[in-house]
Write a protein that binds this ligand. Structure first.
Ligand code: SF4
Length: 200
């Protein structure tokens, strides 16, 4: 079970169900959104960390496997490994007005657009809300360089058709917009669709 899949309110319920104080939920949620593993969550008691592990929770849903940096403009291409071994990709683009991350929403894609390689093997599986959020968190941590937050904009234009994974994508939007988390404004998020009109 990936803790990044849960909203702040759901994290509160998990913490309470484990017999810990409610204020620990805010600390845990903030650590998760900073990209921390359990061992790095220094303000949390060991008892809570152990209970979370025993209950089968994992902190970070994805890990950066490789990064390629463009010599031309500093654009970074990321390869991420998911907890089940699947691989997805993403891009960080640096502009004058900020840093935009392109995130994937599925492993593979069933839409099979003629110009795109993502659909060649069809849809492997949907990404969970936490696996989409995990891309933003991992790249934010990799590029913070002392700043509070490196990512200013998000485009949902990586592998997958976002509206073919509607419930998880809309929950991701709520998670990444959460005040207690990265708090990225909806105005700075663009969703690209190949045209699932009834979902728009
Ligand atoms: S919907 Fe997007 S990811 Fe899927 S095949 Fe078309 S262009 Fe590629």
């Amino acid at each position: 079970m990936q803790l990044l899949d849960y909203s702040f309110e759901e994290i509160e319920n998990i913490v309470l169900s484990l017999g810990e104080a409610k204020f620990r939920a805010k600390q845990l949620f903030e650590w998760l959104n900073k990209g921390a593993e359990f061992e790095e969550m220094k303000t949390l008691p060991k008892s809570l960390i152990e209970k979370l592990k025993e209950a089968g929770y994992i902190a970070q849903a994805i890990h950066i496997e490789d990064v390629r940096v463009s010599k031309l403009d500093g654009t970074k291409k990321y390869i991420y490994r998911l907890s089940d071994g699947n691989i997805i990709e993403g891009v960080l683009m640096k502009y004058k007005y900020g840093n935009t991350i392109c995130v994937s929403t599925q492993v593979g894609c069933r839409m099979n657009c003629a110009f795109c390689a993502s659909g060649l093997d069809g849809l492997i599986r949907n990404l969970t809300p936490g696996e989409i959020l995990g891309q933003v968190i991992a790249v934010n941590r990799d590029n913070k360089e002392g700043k509070e937050r490196a990512i200013t904009n998000i485009v949902l234009m990586g592998s997958g058709e976002p509206f073919d994974n509607y419930e998880n994508v809309t929950k991701f939007l709520d998670l990444v917009n959460a005040e207690e988390g990265l708090n990225i404004s909806m105005r700075n998020i663009s969703l690209s669709t190949c045209g699932l009109c009834d979902k728009i």
